[in-house]
Write a protein that binds this ligand. Structure first.
Ligand SMILES: O=C[C@H](O)[C@H](O)[C@H](O)COP(=O)(O)O
Length: 231
């Protein structure tokens, strides 16, 4: 199985957890895209669900597949969110936000009774941090916020470079919420919970991509098949 087939296999297994009448959170990214497509197939075959997308990109996909959508204003509690991840560490701690959707993804996951992560085997790591940690910030006060993020990280571990995410044409990448993203090159994160707390305390940080204690299950697909990890 190549990586794309692994993503598809994880998404296919996740669809088995979807029941009629459920309120779903739809994740963002190339793995979640498979799930959205598969849910769309079930909906067209008669499955009755409603869903909240975690990004404008996923909203567009869901609309294209005919999935009935709602909002967290109309439906503040969801049953299950299925989403991808950039890294899955011990205890189902995650790094998310490679696609820039971390803020909405965390809001939607937190509003869900259960979060199921789907991923190919390359995402499973022993220590988080090789993937740069996305930190979503308000554009206002960027310089001061970056300095405060540096200090917050330095209180716990060696802070690496904190580059601002840019588009190919050199402009700052702007999230669906109108914010910017710093991709913190940390190398390794020894204490994800402590780092999550420290970053959340920085004014100007809208959200960070560490998901600690949020996911209950990961469906990880490798070349030889799918395995389920539960917290
Ligand atoms: O912001 C994007 C999300 O957190 C994605 O779920 C994450 O980046 C994984 O994406 P992919 O499935 O494309 O590797």
């Amino acid at each position: 199985m190549n990586v794309e087939a692994q993503k598809r296999a994880a998404a296919t297994r996740a669809v088995e957890f979807v029941r009629p009448g459920m309120r779903l959170g739809l994740g963002t990214g190339s793995t979640a895209k498979h799930f959205v497509e598969l849910v769309g197939e079930r909906v067209r075959a008669g499955l009755d669900i409603i869903a909240v997308p975690t990004s404008e990109a996923t909203r567009a996909d869901a609309e294209r597949y005919g999935i009935p959508l709602t909002t967290l204003d109309e439906t503040p509690e969801l049953d299950v969110t299925v989403d991808g991840a950039d890294e899955i560490g011990p205890g189902l701690t995650l790094i998310k936000g490679g696609g820039g959707a971390l803020l909405r993804e965390k809001i939607v996951a937190a509003a869900s009774g259960r979060m199921i992560v789907i991923a190919d085997e390359s995402k499973a790591v022993e220590t988080l941090g090789r993937f740069p940690l996305p930190i979503e910030i308000a554009p206002f006060g960027y310089g001061a916020t970056e300095k405060a993020i540096h200090s917050a990280i330095a209180g716990l571990q060696s802070p690496g470079p904190l580059p601002l995410r840019r588009t190919k044409d050199g402009h700052a990448f702007v999230t669906d919420g109108g914010h910017w993203i710093i991709d913190a090159a940390l190398g390794r994160i020894d204490d994800p919970a402590a780092l999550a707390r420290a970053l959340a305390a920085v004014p100007g940080v809208m959200e960070h991509g560490l998901f600690v204690g949020i996911a209950q299950m990961a469906i990880v697909a490798g070349p030889d098949g799918v395995r389920i990890v539960e917290r």
